[in-house]
Ligand binder design. Structure first.
Ligand SMILES: [Cu+2]
Length: 304
């Protein structure tokens, strides 16, 4: 199957494209959420910020109140403490106010939960299967695309492919290059501005299909198919990185998720090319180089 893709890739012509692609991956020292690429993630950002403001307000209120009490009612300033044990008004207030705060939070929260959970009329389906340890992708409603396995790139492989794609100035060259432990040899390719249903399952143990910029995280459970959806907003074409988010075993770190979002026309072209990409070509070039190097090394060893 890989071979077929490689043959197709080598026959495909390079498309020179200015690299203004959007991309999202974890950043060094980053502490905020990744930039939203889907309506769900935009709403998640909003809810996060909204709840964050409430949390900050409550924390400040409690801190100021405690500071005031410690200062005003210290043993020095208030030698004879009050013997009051109940205050009806106060007790009603500190019951009602938190209830109101929770109600204010629950309404947008439940709305978002349903927005995430209830699948809209989707335009295409992709299937992600977790294996030990890699992701397998297939397009159940498109027989022209064969299922393929996505493996992370080794350090030197990532470096080589990054240079290769940049030198050839192809669309696959992502803004971030080929980040180690995030970049894969075969990304999942999807069209932009399309409602996509994602079927998620596992062939062995628990994994989790997670893409932070899309606001999706869904467990991959053996013998069961979970579903979620995403729609990448127009203008957000680019490469996105996520990881398996369920500790699944010794090579859990070997399960990155790379999604390349392309225009609808580019997607059609990718399908027409038998799901071949220039990255396949770069991987092949790396393997060829390595094979040559290994053969060379073998000769030296034999000579010794
Ligand atoms: Cu996993």
């Amino acid at each position: 199957m890989r071979l077929k893709r490689l043959i197709l890739a080598s026959s495909a012509t390079f498309i020179a494209m200015s690299s203004t692609a959007f991309a999202a991956k974890p950043t060094e020292g980053g502490y905020w959420l990744q930039e939203a690429a889907t309506p769900v993630m935009e709403d998640l950002h909003w809810l996060h910020n909204f709840v964050f403001i409430i949390i900050v307000a409550i924390t400040l209120f409690v801190m100021v109140l405690m500071g005031y009490i410690m200062f005003r009612f210290s043993a020095k300033r208030n030698p004879v403490p009050s013997k009051t044990t109940h205050h009806v008004g106060l007790e009603v207030a500190w019951t009602i106010v938190p209830v109101i705060i929770l109600l204010v939070m629950v309404v947008p929260s439940m709305r978002l939960l349903y927005f995430q959970d209830a699948l809209p009329e989707t335009e295409m389906t992709i299937k992600a299967t977790g294996n030990t340890w890699n992701w397998e992708y297939s397009y159940p409603d498109n027989e022209d695309i064969e299922a393929f396995i996505s493996n992370p790139l080794e350090k030197d492989e990532a470096k080589f492919i990054e240079t290769y794609l940049k030198d050839n100035n192809v669309a696959e060259a992502s803004e971030f290059g080929e980040p180690y432990l995030l970049a894969t040899d075969a990304p999942l390719v999807v069209p932009v501005d399309t409602k996509i249903k994602v079927l998620i399952t596992s062939s062995n143990n628990l994994h989790s299909f997670s893409m932070p910029a899309f606001g999706i995280k869904m467990d991959a459970v053996p013998g069961r198919i979970n579903e979620t959806w995403f729609q990448v907003l127009p203008g957000k074409e680019g490469t996105y990185y996520g990881q398996c988010s369920e500790i699944c075993g010794v090579k859990h770190y070997k399960m990155p998720i790379e999604i390349r979002v392309v225009s609808k026309a580019e997607f059609a072209e990718w399908v027409a090319n038998g799901a071949a990409s220039h990255k396949d070509e770069a991987v092949q070039a790396f393997n060829d180089k390595n094979k040559t190097a290994k053969l060379g090394g073998g000769v030296t060893a034999a000579q010794k």
